[in-house]
Ligand binder design. Structure first.
Ligand code: NG1
Ligand code: ZN
Length: 533
């Protein structure tokens, strides 16, 4: 049972700073690390309550601030099957974080317990991990204080990528069942991916080396470990920006976000024509690919391109396997390049849904398909296989050798892809497996369609909350009249498209624009930003 005096006594060591309002948003809690001590202590408490509520299932907690600067940190809760925390509980996280005194804190805990009919006597179990940030260890000890105050079973998973924590959470909760997701260890993760990868590329010549910019983060040691399990015969990896121990380097002028936003090579990367490269972000849940053309032009292959590549490959396999009953769909956000949507709908003939920004929206929409491919343009995404699809792929027998071969590849894909969340390591192997099968260069992959020139700008406004959107964030309903002005501007540009939405993770409004030429696109972005400002 819960001992409230014990909680209060522990909470004294993790006081909430005055005059700060915390919000559990799209990325959990995220801010300067020195403001997070009390928040993380309370997130520990919430993890325990969530575990009690879900019949003692193991809850995951990840301490990371992804692509944000090194001095930031953050924390996110992970539900039993590796999904993001259920949305209704985000409010409890916010309430707990903002309880000012120890007594307020106890009140909020009691409120959560009574609202959710939680049986206090149920045991609780929590697994946690952190990325390589210097603020990590101190925040972990705040977390552990919160967990201990409620007598939870604590599993320390150490330094890991965010997707590894999602993976292990699902493993703990499916161990020994029909849906066992794998061995709940880091080793188990590498083995699962490596075996699946080798199955898909067997008999195909190895591609040229892949340069990986690991953002000087946790992806560096983990990718190195994964590559060891795969072996050099099937994949040749060259890590750059892999210094995860020197302070000040994490995400600095490198990583997937830097490359995608700046549309340029990361620091320390001097690839030449025909070289192949990819960038992870700081917690290795995002990936983008890129190369330079004959004339030295930088070419980005972002999340949209990965969705096209993966969607096309899976559709081909499903067809070849003769599994007509399995439908494949792709989920995007408004930030998907217009050319990618046209390619998916018109060339691949797949249904495409557009949802609001944020992984949880993409994930839920992708669950509606038998095979749901979802990617954000920024490189975060994965593929979900429904129970029906999994069962079919596991049990079906091919009539011909060709069918059997396609079925075996699909089967391996269900293991290769981290279905809990977007995973840079798993997504890298997915792309490498497809390119190896097709024997494609990055340029050949890129030729599926040409991106429309696009621009994303941030506008700092007095109050971003006055901007209200509809239609998967593609239109503004408030402030009144602004959308009409945007429409008018957009109509003046060939292939023009632009939309405005408040960020869910930063105190800014984002303006996105695309148009037929770089010049027109930049002009459109600039003019729309002018309307917002
Ligand atoms: P916001 O700040 O709400 O635009 C950003 C990314 C999202 C998603 C979240 C979570 C863009 C334009 N937005 O959201 O795609 O990754 O962060 O990290 O890239
Ligand atoms: Zn990330």
């Amino acid at each position: 049972s819960i001992n409230y005096d014990q909680i209060k006594a522990a909470a004294v060591y993790h006081p909430k700073p005055q005059n700060i309002k915390y919000t559990y948003g799209t990325a959990g809690f995220r801010m300067k690390a020195d403001l997070l001590d009390s928040v993380i202590f309370r997130v520990g408490i919430l993890g325990v309550l969530r575990s009690k509520k879900l019949d003692s299932k193991t809850i995951g907690i990840m301490i990371t601030a992804s692509h944000n600067p090194e001095q930031d940190n953050g924390v996110k809760l992970v539900d039993p099957y590796g999904e993001m925390l259920e949305q209704s509980w985000e409010d409890y996280a916010t309430l707990l974080a903002n309880a000012q005194t120890e007594d307020d804190l106890v009140d909020v805990i009691k409120q959560i317990i009574s609202k959710n009919d939680i049986d206090e006597s149920k045991p609780a179990s929590v697994v946690y991990a952190r990325d390589t940030r210097p603020s990590g260890p101190a925040l972990v000890s705040a977390l552990v204080d919160g967990l201990k105050a409620l007598n939870a079973k604590i599993i320390d998973f150490g330094i890991k990528t965010t997707p590894q924590l999602h993976y292990v959470t699902r493993c703990y909760n499916t161990q020994g069942t029909m849906d066992s997701y794998g061995e709940p260890t880091e080793e188990g993760y590498y083995k699962k991916l490596a075996i699946a990868f080798r199955k898909i590329v067997v008999g195909k010549p190895r591609l040229s080396p892949i340069y990986i910019d690991a953002a000087n983060g946790v992806g560096a040691p983990k990718m190195r470990e994964l590559a060891k399990h795969i072996g050099n015969d099937n994949l040749e990896v060259i890590l750059i920006n892999d210094d995860y121990t020197t302070q000040g380097k994490l995400n600095y002028q490198c990583g997937a976000d830097f490359v995608k936003t700046g549309q340029k090579l990361p620091f320390g990367c001097s690839i030449k024509y025909q070289d192949r490269a990819a960038s992870f972000d700081g917690d290795a849940d995002r990936i983008v690919y890129y190369y330079v053309d004959e004339d030295g032009t930088f070419r980005l292959l972002d999340g949209d391109k990965i969705a096209g590549l993966a969607g096309g490959f899976i559709i081909d396999l499903v067809k070849t396997a003769g599994l007509e009953g399995i439908n494949v769909g792709v989920v995007q956000t408004a930030y998907a390049n217009g050319s990618s949507t046209t390619y998916l709908e018109k060339v691949l003939n797949v249904p495409v849904s557009c949802v609001p920004t944020g992984v949880k929206h993409l994930h839920h929409e992708a669950e509606k398909y038998d095979v749901g491919v979802y990617f954000e343009a920024n490189g975060h995404g994965t593929v979900l296989f429904s129970q029906k699809a999994l069962k079919t792929i596991q049990s079906v027998k091919g009539q011909t050798a060709e069918q059997e071969n396609a079925i075996e590849k699909l089967r391996a894909l269900t293991d290769l892809i981290n279905q809990t969340v977007g995973d840079a390591l798993s997504d890298l192997l997915l792309v490498e497996a497809i390119l190896t099968n097709r024997q494609w260069t990055l340029k050949q992959w890129d030729q599926a369609y040409s991106d429309l020139p696009n621009r994303l700008v941030k506008v700092v406004v007095e109050n971003r909350h006055i901007f209200k959107t509809t239609d998967a964030e593609r239109k503004l309903v408030e402030p009144a009249g602004l959308q009409e002005q945007i429409n008018k501007l957009v109509s003046e540009y060939k292939d023009g498209r632009s939309f405005v939405r408040p960020s869910g993770t930063e105190d800014v409004v984002r303006v996105y624009a695309e148009a037929a030429t770089r010049e027109e696109c930049d002009k459109l972005a600039y003019k729309v930003a002018g309307l917002v400002y």
